[in-house]
Design a protein around this ligand. Structure first.
Ligand SMILES: Nc1ncnc2c1ncn2[C@@H]1O[C@H](COP(=O)(O)OP(=O)(O)OP(=O)(O)O)[C@@H](O)[C@H]1O
Ligand SMILES: [Mg+2]
Length: 549
């Protein structure tokens, strides 16, 4: 190609000289001839130009959106759904997300740094990578540190494009302690929750909130916490000033209690509304169909006694034991509503009728029966056992006066007269229901001893009768646990040896360690520690579920 260009240049110069010479000689006729002389060269040049590869076509515009449109997508796609109100220094959750309305994958960053002027936000930025048409959201936590109207900007960013989206919401002062908090009665409409703003602020921290029950003083909801845990929320309908103070004090007592047979309190506050967040349990003694077999009752109450014994050791008395306050989680009874009886009494309006069905004589007349104490709980366990065994409470009546009269003065119809199967439990129930505290069991442990004797007799009988390997293992395990929980290491040791016969492999080795532990305690006269009981519970559970390696 360069050689050819070189030839063309020489040719051009030659033709130019000839043309100039002819123009000089022939004038205008010479111009005409010169045109002819140049014609082949012009034709060749034109051909060469045509045969040249076409200049590269401008690259097709990528299926990208014009700048203006991406901004629009960012503006339109932002999902920002705060609760209607926030409370000062109180955490709320804000739903934040993005819907990609563009026709390509988009990586969007959402930045909340401007909100940091008003409180703590975490996380303070989010990143979403979204396919065309895809929407995603999550929750950010916000704790406002300034009350009043918040006007801030949220930034949505994708590659070099950034838009600022103004948001506005209100932060209220927290409700003062004692302010009457009225929760709308029409909250639950056809299964849907239509909540007042304060409740909405609380619910914004949870997902899948659904009402599950109502008591005389509060409504209970099931909810999923943002860490995925299912919890129960208990929210009083209203609290008077006095009751608000008691509420805080009493739940702080509950929060000290950590035991397998006590419903765990996770959180409680009076803002944005007074509430309790606690362990979720699937059932309660109130929901069981009655009468129950006496062995089942003795087993349940023995376990309830475990929780009660622990609370009494911390000088905490329940005073409101009744079937609806003993919840069941995987068949394990757990005592709930610690201290709330005081709150209920304080917040109860005069128009609400109060039935003292589970009240002890000393709760009706302090002057005649003295102060309430641990033995008040023992009375209430008596009422509970009576109801589980017969399906009826021992002291029934039309109104407060009639029931109170019977509690303080009358002997109840014997449980076995209503349900003959309740006979073995009757002496225990009647001892709990002695009007004078001094005639009742003096401690939960005493009551447990009698229950253990009854249950132990039954288990021993069953163990002696059983020819079935796994049934025998079950009863030996139950006897071991019974005596361990009573702190009777010698009896427990006997049944641990018995249980060993039904085990093999890893479980047998675990059991042997337990046996060694018991031997040491018996020889040195030491009490049975909690850890040993827990270890035995695991072993017995494995053996009972047929897990014999
Ligand atoms: N932690 C929980 N998990 C699951 N359900 C619960 C929990 N706490 C309470 N419930 C259920 O909510 C309902 C209402 O309970 P709540 O304690 O408010 O009333 P109650 O014990 O029936 O009556 P009272 O108001 O007289 O104590 C009951 O059916 C109870 O079983
Ligand atoms: Mg209750």
């Amino acid at each position: 190609m360069p050689k050819r260009r070189h030839d063309m240049t020489g040719d051009f110069i030659r033709r130019l000289f000839i043309s100039l010479f002819l123009i000089y000689l022939l004038k205008s006729f010479g111009i005409l001839i010169a045109l002819f002389i140049f014609m082949p060269l012009i034709i060749e040049l034109l051909r060469e130009f045509e045969s040249k590869p076409a200049p590269p076509a401008p690259r097709p515009i990528p299926p990208d959106l014009p700048r203006q449109d991406i901004r629009e997508v960012l503006r339109r796609g932002l999902i920002f759904d705060p609760p209607t109100e926030f409370y000062l220094n109180t955490e709320s959750r804000i739903k934040v997300g993005f819907k990609n309305t563009s026709s390509k994958r988009l990586v969007v960053n959402i930045l909340f740094d401007d909100l940091e002027r008003y409180g703590e936000i975490s996380p303070n930025r989010l990143r979403f990578s979204l396919k065309e048409g895809e929407a995603r959201y999550t929750f950010v936590k916000f704790v406002p540190r300034k009350a009043g109207r918040i006007k801030a900007e949220i930034k949505a960013k994708s590659s070099i494009f950034l838009v600022r989206i103004p948001v506005e919401f209100k932060v209220l002062e927290p409700l003062r302690e004692g302010v009457e908090v009225v929760v709308s009665e029409s909250e639950v409409e056809k299964g849907k929750i239509n909540v007042t703003s304060s409740l909405k602020a609380l619910f914004s921290r949870y997902e899948e909130v659904e009402p599950i029950g109502e008591g005389g003083f509060a409504r209970v909801y099931k909810a999923r916490r943002n860490d995925g845990k299912i919890v129960a929320l208990k929210i009083p309908y209203h609290l008077t000033e006095q009751a608000g103070k008691i509420f805080l004090r009493e739940v702080s007592v509950w929060s000290q209690l950590r035991h397998k047979n006590i419903v765990e309190l996770y959180d409680a506050n009076i803002v944005p509304v007074p509430y309790i967040e606690m362990e979720f349990c699937g059932g309660s003694l109130a929901k069981l169909s009655k009468p129950l077999h006496w062995e089942k009752i003795a087993k349940l109450i023995f376990e309830v006694c475990e929780g009660l014994k622990y609370a009494h050791s911390k000088d905490i008395i329940h005073r409101d034991l009744k079937p609806s306050n003993i919840l069941l989680k995987d068949d394990v009874p757990k005592i709930s509503d610690w201290g709330l009886s005081k709150v209920v009494t304080e917040s109860r309006s005069t128009t609400t009728s109060f039935t003292p069905l589970y009240a002890a004589p000393e709760q009706i007349s302090r002057s005649r029966f003295g102060q309430t104490d641990e033995r008040t709980d023992i009375w209430q366990l008596g009422v509970l056992m009576y109801e589980l065994a017969t399906g009826r409470v021992p002291f029934e009546g039309e109104d407060f006066v009639e029931i109170a009269g019977k509690i303080t003065m009358e002997k109840p119809v014997s449980a076995s007269a209503i349900n003959p199967d309740a006979k073995p439990l009757e002496p225990i129930i009647m001892k709990c229901l002695a009007k004078r505290k001094e005639e009742r069991y003096q401690s939960v442990k005493e009551l447990q001893r009698d229950l253990a004797e009854l249950l132990g007799g039954r288990y021993r009988q069953e163990l002696g009768r059983s020819v079935d390997f796994s049934r025998s293992a079950y009863y030996a395990g139950q006897l071991l646990l019974l005596y361990l929980r009573l702190g009777d290491a010698k009896e427990a040791y006997k049944y641990a040896l018995d249980l060993r016969r039904y085990t093999r492999g890893k479980i047998q080795r675990e059991l042997e360690e337990l046996i060694e532990g018991l031997e040491i305690r018996i020889n040195e006269g030491l009490p049975v520690p909690k850890e040993l009981v827990e270890k035995a519970e695991i072993i017995v559970h494995k053996v009972s579920s047929g897990f014999i390696e």
